[in-house]
Structures are given as structure tokens and as C-alpha cells.
Design a protein around this ligand. Structure first.
Ligand SMILES: [Zn+2]
Length: 251
């Protein structure tokens, strides 16, 4: 199953922004071709997901997720998972390299979306750069952002997206310790199908420049790398077994 990564649905001049018209065409194509969307959590916890299923994720929690993307998602019967920078909710994105620099969702908007089935996950408290942060600092933000989300939403939060997509080998352990179950990278392009590490899920970015054909190829996994390396395969053997049991072969 492909986990697609979006950031902003707007006309902002950034590769991270996709125009509302293009996003609308993508969602219409999904619906017209029998594709369903699942939240990340549902996808991971469903034994037999539909054959044509995709996970739509939004990083950073821009306000346009509510103002622009959500009406389009609803129009086409789609759902999504949004990853929030919890200390900046209701503010303007101001972490280094924030793209675009735009208003972020506020708690009112977040709660409204959550009550309609949109999943919210953590993207740390400050959009932390884990390359330079200490393990303690990282752990603190993992715990703190999860607690903030759970307090606001009144439900358990289990999903996480790595800020900037930066990965360190210590992170899965810290994430598990903090109570997360699923973590997504900012790339990888794999389809997460036959072989999967729940703390290192691949995503396929959707860029502003993507044509509808490129989008279709991404959804169908034509751009997915087919094989893990031997080393990675050994590391994730047990998760593979688990996922084959859940999702079945050849999905
Ligand atoms: Zn981000």
C-alpha cells in the first residue's frame, strides 16, 4: 500500500505546495477508479484492507489542510492523517526551512477534523532536527507532543512522521518507549507491502509539479523500489511476517 506525502494544498510557490485544482483532480481520479483512502492507523491495524487502498498524509499541519484540502477530501469521500508540530499549533510555521511559511491549523480546526475521522499524529513539538538533538531532547519532544495531542483530542495518538525525514537508528526505540506504534519517513517510495518496518514506513511524496499521470503511477506503486537490501530484510523479518498475515500476499 502506498502512503502518499503531502504538505500544503495551496498556490504557494514551493515544491511542497500542490494547487487545489491539481489536488482535486487527484482525489477525483482516486474515487472514479475505485480507490479508497485509509488513515495510517487504520491501514496498519486492518487485517484485509481493500486492494485499491492508499494512505494520504499531510506533514506540518498547515491551515490549508482544513480550509482547502478537507473540503476536497470530503467531496470525494477520502480521509487522511495529519502530522502536527504541537508547539506551533495556531501559529505561522517558523521552524528553520519551513516551506511554505504559512499559517498552521488551530485546535478548533483540528478537533473538528478529528471528530470527522481525520487522524492526527506527531511531527514533534518544534519540528526538531534529530541530527543535532540529544536523545533526551528527542525523547522529551516525543512524549510531550503525544501528551499535548492526546489531551486536546481525548484519544490515543500512535502515529509519527520524522521531521525533515531525518532518521537515526536510535529513533524507533525512543518512539516505542514514548508509546508510538507507527512512524513514516519522508520518502523511500516503497509500497510497504511484502516487507515492512512499522517504525520506518516508506512514503511517496506528491510534489506540486506532478502531473496526473505521475500521481497515478505513484498510487499504483510503479515508482516503488521493489526490493529491500539483505541487511534491511533481516532487520525487519518479523514485521514482514506480521504484515503478510494481516494484509495477505500480493497486495
Ligand atoms: Zn515537516
Amino acid at each position: 500500500m502506498q502512503i502518499l506525502m503531502y504538505h500544503s494544498i495551496s498556490e504557494a510557490a514551493s515544491p511542497m505546495s500542490l494547487s487545489p485544482a491539481a489536488f482535486s483532480r487527484q482525489m477525483a481520479w482516486l474515487r472514479q477508479n475505485g480507490w479508497q483512502s485509509l488513515t495510517l492507523r487504520t491501514a496498519m491495524e486492518t487485517d484485509r484492507p481493500p486492494r485499491r487502498a492508499v494512505v494520504l498524509t499531510f506533514d506540518d499541519g498547515f491551515a490549508d489542510a482544513y480550509l482547502t484540502a478537507w473540503p476536497i477530501l470530503r467531496e470525494h469521500g477520502m480521509t487522511a492523517t495529519v502530522f502536527l508540530v504541537t508547539d506551533q499549533v495556531g501559529q505561522v510555521a517558523s521552524w528553520p526551512e519551513a516551506r511554505p511559511v504559512a499559517p498552521l491549523l488551530d485546535w478548533g480546526q483540528i478537533k473538528e477534523m478529528a471528530s470527522a475521522g481525520i487522524e492526527f499524529g506527531s511531527h514533534t513539538a518544534t519540528h526538531l532536527d534529530v541530527r543535532t538533538a540529544s536523545d533526551d531532547e528527542i525523547y522529551r519532544e516525543l512524549v510531550q507532543s503525544k501528551a499535548t495531542l492526546e489531551e486536546q483530542l481525548g484519544e490515543e495518538v500512535v502515529s509519527f512522521a520524522y521531521p525533515y525525514g531525518y532518521f537515526r537508528t536510535v529513533l524507533p526505540e525512543l518512539l516505542r518507549e514514548a508509546g508510538y506504534r507507527y512512524a513514516v519517513l519522508a520518502g523511500g517510495y516503497r509500497d510497504n507491502r511484502g516487507c515492512l518496518d512499522a517504525m520506518r514506513l516508506s512514503r511517496t511524496p506528491v510534489w506540486g509539479r506532478d502531473s496526473l499521470f505521475t500521481f497515478q503511477a505513484k498510487v499504483r506503486g510503479w515508482l516503488a523500489y521493489r526490493h529491500y537490501t539483505e541487511k534491511a530484510a533481516v532487520e525487519v523479518r518479523w514485521q514482514c511476517k506480521e504484515l503478510r498475515r494481516r494484509w495477505g500476499r500480493g497486495r
